[in-house]
Design a protein around this ligand. Structure first.
Ligand code: TXA
Ligand code: MG
Length: 313
């Protein structure tokens, strides 16, 4: 059942006290903690089993609040004004005297900031009145949660409270753009797509245009991974495989099947992706075959997550 106003109030109070609260955003559920409190941030890394070199996104209620902690260049301001509130994270330099815990930056001199659009997240941030650091509410390297029950499966009693906002509308994590270099760089594809970013700031570069060693701590090759092996671009189904399908033209054979979208709607596919991977992961199949997803529009972000899910661990 979705959480009501009194539960949101309680969650806000817990956040102020330094407790951990999982909450819904339009992308995925976050594991939130007061970004001003170092010991709370340390607990987030611990609860996720997350490597300490991988920085966290700080969630705030407005651009004005974001500017208290980070420096926004003209281009950063343009992107924030165009896409906030929404599924876009901007990496910007820390302001002098920035009071956010150094741990959220994991030793870098920049911070990831995002103003989520989800109503419950907005209400929570406004009521809490503190910046909230929140990585996706899964154990490190695993599939991001898109429903409250996924968070409970992943984190159990490592989290003090879980707010339930129903299934997440977007279903894959926010687009991440690094604003700290000479030109903005798209670090993680998401539902705010490269063309849309370039309509506002034409200089935005895709990550592939950058040298291999470019700073992108969170972009570990293996990520978002189910425990069963994944086989991508499958045109047929092998013995022992379950099928993650897309569209109506299914190969013969599989008994265990989830379909991302019968009508080949990429938005629907993104919203279903992590829930269906989870569902297939707990079946008796040995591995998961994934049908090809077109590499256009949201398909770029979906394929990015699938490639990481299939990468050797
Ligand atoms: O949609 C989302 O972004 C969700 C919801 C909860 O907001 N959060 C999320 O957080 O996906 P997480 O921690 O799973 O992914 C954050 C990504 C990581 O790849 C991290 O390395 C990168 O953002 N990141 C965060 N702060 C950064 C910084 N200061 N510099 C470089 N990369 C940063
Ligand atoms: Mg994550």
């Amino acid at each position: 059942m979705t959480s009501d106003a009194s539960e949101i109030k309680k969650a806000a109070e817990l956040l102020r006290q330094g407790k951990l609260v999982a909450f819904p955003t339009e992308t995925v559920y976050g594991l939130g903690g007061n970004a001003l409190m170092g010991d709370t941030i340390a607990r987030i890394y611990d609860a996720k089993g997350r490597p300490q070199f991988n920085p966290l996104i700080t969630h705030v209620a407005s651009l004005e609040e974001a500017q208290r902690y980070g420096y926004f260049s003209g281009e950063a301001l343009q992107l924030a004004k165009a896409f906030w509130p929404g599924p876009l994270t901007l990496i910007v330099p820390r302001n002098k005297g920035c009071t956010l815990s150094l741990l959220v930056s994991a030793g870098l001199d920049c911070i990831g900031l995002r103003v989520p659009a989800h109503t419950m997240a907005q209400t929570l941030l406004i009521e809490a009145g503190v910046p909230v650091a929140a990585p996706s509410a899964n154990r490190s390297g695993r599939i991001s949660p898109t429903e409250a029950s996924h968070v409970a499966e992943e984190l159990g009693d490592r989290v003090d409270m879980i707010l339930d906002g129903g299934p997440c509308e977007v279903g894959i994590e926010s687009t991440v753009v690094d604003m700290t270099g000479p030109a903005p760089v798209l670090l993680r594809p998401g539902s705010v797509m490269l063309d849309a970013l370039r309509k506002v700031v034409p200089e935005v570069q895709p990550l592939s245009a950058q040298p291999e060693d470019f700073k992108s701590p969170g972009l570990l090759a293996s990520h978002y991974a189910p425990s069963k092996p994944l086989r991508l671009n499958a045109k047929d189904v092998w013995a022992g495989e379950a099928l993650l399908a897309f569209g109506r033209n299914l190969p013969a054979g599989p008994h265990i099947i989830e379909n991302l979208s019968y009508s080949e709607d990429l938005q629907e596919a993104a919203a279903n992706l992590f829930r269906m991977l989870r569902a297939l992961d707990v079946t008796c199949a040995r591995s998961i075959a994934v049908m090809p997803i077109p590499e256009k529009g949201l398909g770029v972000a979906i394929n990015d997550r699938l490639k990481r899910a299939a990468a050797p661990k």
